[in-house]
Design a protein around this ligand. Sequence first.
Ligand code: PAF
Length: 290
Amino acid sequence: MTAPARSKASPLVIRTTNELQAWSDSCRQQGRTIAMVPTMGALHEGHLSLVDAAAKAADVVVVSIFVNPTQFGPGEDFDAYPRTETADLEKLKGHAVEVVFAPNAAQMYPDGFATSISVGGPSMGLETDFRPHFFSGVATVVAKLLLAARPHFAVFGEKDYQQLLVVRRMTRDLNIGTEIIGCPTLREADGLALSSRNAYLDAPARQKAARLPAVLKHVIVSLEAGAPVETALADGRAALERSGFEVDYLSLCDAATLGAPIPGHQRRLLVAARLGSTRLIDNMPVKAGD
Ligand code: PAF
């Protein structure tokens, strides 16, 4: 039997968790597999690559668009975060998305909402040292989204590598029953990872931003050539500071756990650094060392 042609028309927009659950139940009753792509909107090619990966993994795709207040701390960019729903829906046309779930904050966090999920393990350190509220906000909203849409798969970008590991840990620990798929980071021609926050960069900052992936690559070449880790990281940090970045962290971690690197295991180099008021994060794989 040939698979039914996928509809590439405008997606159906659902705004309540009850309707999303009913849609998911009907897909499951029809034997259709579901893949979800959770987003905060301001969609770019990176998101669209996640949508395309979702369409390969399952019969139907649901994209969520929700700027989640609980993952922003005081003084962060919650109010300024770009909200571009009409343009987002337009971009999703032609990408085989059946449903867009776009709730408001009262739908996700009704009066009296009192639950928060705290994940240990891969949440420890890195982003948590600078944004202590972040992963409980992410874990709580992602759990709500997965429990409402009950997808067989959910797709996340490796651009937010720590987030990917935290979400994977949380779904396994809570038996949510969704397989988490990680997809490679998409980059601009000069290497800058695609991110909705790149929109905050003015022209000179945008030019400087390309130093971030360039320095990561340079550090990786040194590490893989056997340079001592402390020296390679200190050189990388100094190179970023010379380019005008304020560095939150530049760390080499075990790729699977984000703990200290383990001889013979894959490693990951992760960075968060600020250019003016814009905070950028990035990461790249590093071959196993001794
Ligand atoms: O990566 C994001 O855009 C967000 O952290 C997510 C996973 C959609 C949760 O709000």
